[in-house]
Write a protein that binds this ligand. Structure first.
Ligand SMILES: NC(=O)C[C@H](N)C(=O)O
Length: 322
């Protein structure tokens, strides 16, 4: 039976090319139109250019538009979906889709580090591999995955780790969930299921701040406003903050602005472990929410999705904790 795969192009280097001076620019015609597949007769590719933007131009409204299109695709009989995307914010869009699409349909996000006409361009290759993964029966029920450089990563934990290397996408702490080799899709691990919130609207004013040695109250005070819906802090080590920040953190908690804490460390999980002034035990008692295993930019998307679904108080805490 022919499998229908929805291809959603959003832009990024995968759709760009290099000019004579070596500058990378968007194209009128998407270079991925030239794809050739081994099992073409078994697949029907339906292509839509939903956006044509570099990924620093992505935002939660566009992520929502993508999510809504994919949710509709299942009802239209699609077997799977492939999203091509710029790599700079790919991990944010991927987790947004993962948190907001509740179906078992395979959804694969991919991109490229080299534009279409550069030597060693990885765009067409990643695109073809992504289609292979999206059409594999092994991918059903795996949630949203990111496929780059022959690796399959969960949308939840994958992150961009290098500015230019084609092996930039990595999953710190947990590793990839699978690989593609010799045309075969191999999953090697499954990750914990999570709650899906199929939202239809997104809130704004959710901020991300990084902690540093000697941090004071200035940045946090600037965010202590009625318009602020939530704050994610990339805290120190296992989840600690400099003591000088405590009065302003307390003021934010009193103003009922949700504060979510992750670690600024590349590996590991933030947890309330240390019982000193500014240590995690203190922060947890104050009502600051710990988010396990996500990096700052992903925790921000999770907080934004939770708030957009109308969660607050204990419900929000439970959602973020899991
Ligand atoms: N490799 C890439 O796709 C980077 C590009 N700046 C983008 O995110 O759109």
């Amino acid at each position: 039976m022919t499998k229908k795969i929805l291809i959603l192009h959003t832009g990024g280097t995968i759709s760009m090319s290099e000019d004579e001076s070596g500058k990378i620019k968007p194209n009128e015609r998407n270079p991925l139109a030239n794809i050739s597949l081994k099992n073409k007769s078994e697949l029907e590719l339906v292509t839509e250019e939903i956006f044509n933007v570099p990924s620093p131009h992505m935002n939660p409204e566009r992520m929502l538009q993508l999510s809504l299109r994919i949710r509709q695709a299942e009802a239209e009989g699609f077997y799977g979906a492939v999203v091509t995307h710029g790599t700079d914010t790919l991990e944010e869009t991927a987790i947004f889709l993962d948190l907001t699409i509740s179906s078992n349909m395979p959804v694969v996000v991919t991109g490229a580090m080299r534009s279409s006409n550069e030597i060693g361009s990885d765009g067409l290759y990643n695109f073809r591999t992504a289609i292979m993964v999206a059409s594999s029966k092994e991918s059903v029920g795996k949630g949203v995955v990111v496929v780059m450089n022959d690796e399959i990563h969960s949308a939840r934990y994958v992150t961009k780790t290098h500015t230019t290397n084609v092996a930039t996408f990595r999953t710190p702490t947990f590793g990839p969930i699978g690989i593609v080799s010799e045309g075969h899709v191999n999953y090697v691990q499954t990750i914990k299921p999570q709650q899906h919130l199929p939202i239809n609207y997104v809130v704004d004013q959710v901020f991300l701040v990084k902690a540093y040695a000697g941090m004071g109250t200035e940045l946090l005070r600037a965010l202590n406003q009625t318009a602020t819906n939530g704050i994610v802090i990339e805290a120190l080590g296992a989840g600690n903050m400099p003591p000088e920040t405590l009065p302003e953190l307390q003021a934010l908690v009193e103003h009922k602005i949700p504060i979510v804490l992750v670690s600024r460390c590349f590996n590991g999980i933030a947890e309330p472990v240390y019982d000193y002034q500014g240590g995690g035990v203190n922060l947890n008692k104050m009502g600051i929410i710990y988010c396990r295993g996500l990096n700052g930019q992903k925790a921000r998307i999770k907080l934004l999705v939770g708030l957009s679904a109308g969660l607050s108080g204990l419900e929000l805490k439970k959602y973020i904790n899991n």
